[in-house]
Design a protein around this ligand. Structure first.
Ligand code: 5RP
Length: 246
């Protein structure tokens, strides 16, 4: 089966978890796109009702709006769902204001830590993930590895202002770096107006430690390591069928 079909199978299986009345985080990338198309079809056919999508990127927002999925921004959702709630009582690690999010990944290790951000949407994707009750990751089996970094670099979103100094910082940690380019040859600019440095650390022995190091650094806005505490299930498709890892 070709990769595109495998992506579609994983994405559509995850959509079975979306039920009437849910607030649904809509991921970014070619696999998440299949989930969005399926959700839109179910809404159109009357098989899903009272659904609101919360997009993880401008691209996803355009796609979902074009397909007729009712959308809310995260700010709108927050206001709507915390009207009668004492905000300080929310769990700040995961507020669960979004019922379920379906998103792709670039690499998944055997502990279900992820690398994301190949599509450049890692910042909004992580914000949505941390506001989500259940994060379902949809991949084909080629994305699985024993250690992060075997198959993919770590996208690091940095302030334009700090570009050279962050390259220097990442190289001091042992990474080989590339500034991400867009199709027109200029630097790729994220939805939040930042640059991305693709940092190749080789095999990452301790993702939690690297996560902390990158989190602590001023100038790094966000990075593509998503630790497994954010992840509920990975829907992984292969020619043998679909496996749900959790
Ligand atoms: C975008 C992402 C994507 O989910 C990731 O790059 C996987 O994309 P695809 O499904 O096209 O392989 O993190 O920022």
């Amino acid at each position: 089966m070709d990769y595109s079909r495998l992506k579609q199978i994983a994405a559509e299986k995850a959509v079975e978890e979306v039920k009437d009345g849910m607030f649904v985080g809509l991921g970014t990338g070619s696999t998440a796109k299949f989930a969005i198309i399926k959700i839109a079809k179910k809404i159109k056919d009357g098989h899903l009702k009272n659904i609101y999508g919360i997009p993880t990127s401008k691209k996803t927002e355009e796609l979902a709006a074009g397909l007729g999925i009712p959308l809310l921004s995260l700010n709108q959702l927050f206001k709507l769902r915390t009207k009668n709630v004492e905000r300080r009582t929310l769990n700040i690690e995961r507020t669960k204001l979004i019922d379920i999010t379906i998103d792709g990944a670039d690499e998944v290790d055997s502990d279900l830590n992820l690398i994301k951000g190949g599509g450049g949407a890692l910042l909004r994707e992580k914000v949505i993930a941390q506001n989500t009750g259940r994060l379902l990751i949809v991949v084909d089996k080629t994305k699985l590895s024993s250690r992060l970094g075997e198959k993919f670099f770590v996208p690091v979103e940095v302030l334009q202002f700090a570009l050279e100094s962050e390259i220097n910082f990442l190289e001091s940690l042992g990474a080989k770096t590339d500034i991400r380019k867009s199709d027109d040859g200029g630097f790729f600019v994220t939805d939040e107006g930042n640059y991305i440095i693709d940092a190749n650390f080789g095999k990452i022995e301790n993702p939690a430690e690297l996560n902390s190091l990158l989190n602590e650094r001023a100038g790094i806005v966000e990075h593509g390591i998503f630790l497994n505490k954010l992840v509920d299930s990975v829907y992984c498709s292969s020619n043998d069928g679909i496996e749900i890892l959790s």
